[in-house]
Write a protein that binds this ligand. Sequence first.
Ligand code: AP5
Length: 217
Amino acid sequence: MGKRLLIFGPPGAGKGTHAARLASDLGIPYLATGDMLRAAIASGSAAGREAEKYIRLGELVPDHVVIALLEERLTLPDAADGFLLDGFPRTVAQAERLARRLASRGEHLDGVVALEADEDVLVARLSGRFICPRCGRTYNRLLRPPRAEGVCDACGASLTQRPDDTVAAVRHRLREHRAKTEALMAFFRSVGWPVRSVPSVGEVDEVYGRIRKVAEA
Ligand code: AP5
């Protein structure tokens, strides 16, 4: 039986960096609401059109949009026996919805991996992140710079920044995260979801080692 886990933390904490690897190592699907929303935007769907204006400003997308996308994904057979959620829940309403879904199916959540890092580190990481719009490869000015500034090593396309990775949007996302965290943590405790805090600073492999240890505990 696979685990049901959440990875939680502020923007830039490294959720995406570590979660795909963790899900693969644990043999469970990786479900990231940020990726689902960006795919909806790229597809031009009604949900994507609604989400885009919030994401661009660094604001949370309304609960009904995100919940509908995630619930649709959770009905696919690969999520029946476990999953790793990244970016969900972000509000108490989302968390309540997930708790009700689990309870109605007689399932439980194995744990919440809560990544932590200082705000100046998060701003530096996110404002230094660049993406290749052609092949999807990601770079970071601090961690993994391209060989030539602004150019993808793999395919030569010009690198772009996520619209919500500008310093202003990042600061807004961090404020949103702070405003929601206390109530979410209280909810996690109230329903007995074990929260394991992990410092997300240092070498990527070193952080991953800490995450893997708590995820398997
Ligand atoms: P989402 O895509 O979930 O973004 P986020 O939570 O803001 O997280 P990021 O992807 O920016 O950061 P991360 O923690 O994954 O870090 P990463 O590994 O990429 O959401 C985007 C938007 O969608 C939200 O703002 C909201 O509008 C909307 N949304 C999504 N879910 C929603 C929901 N449930 N409800 C409502 N709205 C929702 O790392 C960041 C950078 O740091 C990378 O470049 C990486 O290489 C680097 N890095 C990572 N670890 C290290 C390290 N140890 N050392 C050096 N560099 C590192």
